[in-house]
Every structure is written in C-alpha cells, then in structure tokens.
Design a protein around this ligand. Sequence first.
Ligand code: SER
Length: 351
Amino acid sequence: MTKAGTSTVDRGSSRNAATLITGAGGEVGHGLISSLHVAGRTNLVGIDIREIDKKLREFCRETFVADICDSTLVERLQSMFEITEVYHLAALLSTRAEFTPEAAHDVNVGGTINLLRLAADQARSHGQRVKFLMPSSIAAHGLSDLASKTAANAVKEDEHTRPITMYGCNKLYCENLGRYYARHYRQLAKDRMENTLDFRCLRYPGLISTETVPSGGTSDYAPEMIHAAAEGKPYACFVRPDTRIPFMTMPEAVDAILKLAAADESSLSRCVYNISSFSASAEEIADLVREYFPGAEITFEPDKLRQVIVDSWPADVDDSAARKDWGWEPKHDLRSAFEEYVVPGIKKRYA
Ligand code: SER
C-alpha cells in the first residue's frame, strides 16, 4: 500500500475521524467525492488500486493507492482512522469479471468482507455505529431468456435473483453479507456487540457520465456511444438495437446514494433498493445521439456473448420501495437526461 496526496494529518494519540471511500478514482467515486467536498466534508479518505486524480486528491484528507484485498491495508486504516461512514464502491464490473471470475470474486467478495469487518471492528473500537453504503447493480437480477425478460416488466428487488454473471453473483451475495453484518454478525458469540453496522445498498442501473468513460461493464454501450459521438469517432454498438435496460445519469446516481445515506433509518423497510431513472433501448439512445450529434456514426454489431448478459438483465426495475421509504425520485427521463446533462456536459468535456 502506498500513500498519495497527503494533506495535513495529526499523528497524535487519537485517530482522525474519517469517511472512507473505496474505488475513489472510479466513475461513481469521482462524482461522489466532488459532491461530498461541495457539501463541506473535510474528512474523506479515498482508496483506489490506481493513483487517484489530482483534483480528487485535493478534496480528500488522505488517499491511498491500495488493494482492498490487502489485509495490511485494513489494519493500517484501523490504526489511523476513526471511521464512521464507508462508501464501498470498488468492484470489478460484469464484462471484465467474466475473463477472470476468481479474481473478480476475490475483489468483489473478499474486498467487501474486509471492509465489512473493518467497519464492524471500528464500531467496536470507537463505540459508534458505522454507516456502510454499497452500490449493487441490476446485474444482481438474472432472467433466463429474452421471453422472460419481456414478460417480466418492472422487476422488484426479490424477483429474478439468479444472476448469470460472476459480478451479479458477487453483488447479490454481498447484499446478503451486508445484511448479515448489520443484523446477525457473530450472533452466537458471548462478547457480541449488537447493531454495529447500518448497512444500506442500492442497485444501480446502467450509469451515464459525461466526465468519465466507463471500462469493464456491459451497460457501457450507452456511454461509449455518447463519448464516441462527441469525439467525432465512429461507434459499433455491441448489443442489438432493441436491447432495453434501465439507466440513470451519474449526478442522479450520486444524489441517490447520498439521499439513501441521509435517510432516517426508521423509514427504511429493507437493506437493498432498486432505483432507475428511465428504461431505454440502445436504438432510442442512438437516435438521440444522432439528433444532438448529427455527424455521429453509430452501427450495431452485436457481440453474441455480451448480448446474452444484457438480455439477462431486466428491461426495467420497480423502484417503488425506494420512492416510498426514502423519497427516491429520478430527475430525468431519457430526453431530459440528454438535454440537461449529457449534451452540455459532453460538449464541455471535449471542447
Ligand atoms: N454497469 C454494470 C456493468 O455493466 C452493471 O450495473 O457491469
């Protein structure tokens, strides 16, 4: 583990209060750290396997280039910080995970259990509950074929939970691990401390960011199409035009996790929530890209194997529990996402 971008830190007998963010340099990490900084949070500690951008490093009290599977990282964090909140974003996404499933399991499950244990140990050591936020994914769902996907409509959290990807299996299991740590951890141990973790999880749909280009996901065709058009590059979409899954913009994804984090616990009826802003087909997205970037060259060259993965994900999710319990409300439909976020943001990025 190496430490990067250190700002002033007291090294006395007491540990520094911290909000820990794993996967800090990733797509969601970018937006989340910027939002927490704007909200005046000065206690952010970021971890990523790669060096975190300079701008983000400046928003953090400390950052570490480290592997969440490394147990010495956990020990070091334990000794340095008093962690009261964790945003555990680090994961290997669905496409990348299919090339190295066991490595994905190590990171997605092994890394998560390290963080859950760290959070539970922290609560025992400083005596306060630790709030643990983790994004899960539509990939936790699995529909057996296109006919079931079409018949399923908007899928509820507990429906169709037989994922066909390693990433989806990992996320579904980690949802359960989080619930276990929050409610039943060491349930037979005499020295058990109850209620150490407040675990909250939301299942993101495909995410669209104008600031970062995704890598390793299977919903990446939508953002890739948009970024390619803005850069004036041709794009061959790897799924069929009629492929439909739910999506949201990155600012909505960041707002959602912050809103879930801030929700009054008594209003939460579950640990894991579906959320979505709009359900769109690849063709509908391509049509809007062509409308706003008239020179866009988009073709469809479906990759049979990646198609099977997207065909196993729901066309839409039922997010009524999130709406009811913590006031989740999407900001955009597909067109307003383009008009108000995608087009202005991406033009600025590639100007
Ligand atoms: N965006 C994720 C992926 O494509 C799914 O949530 O792997």
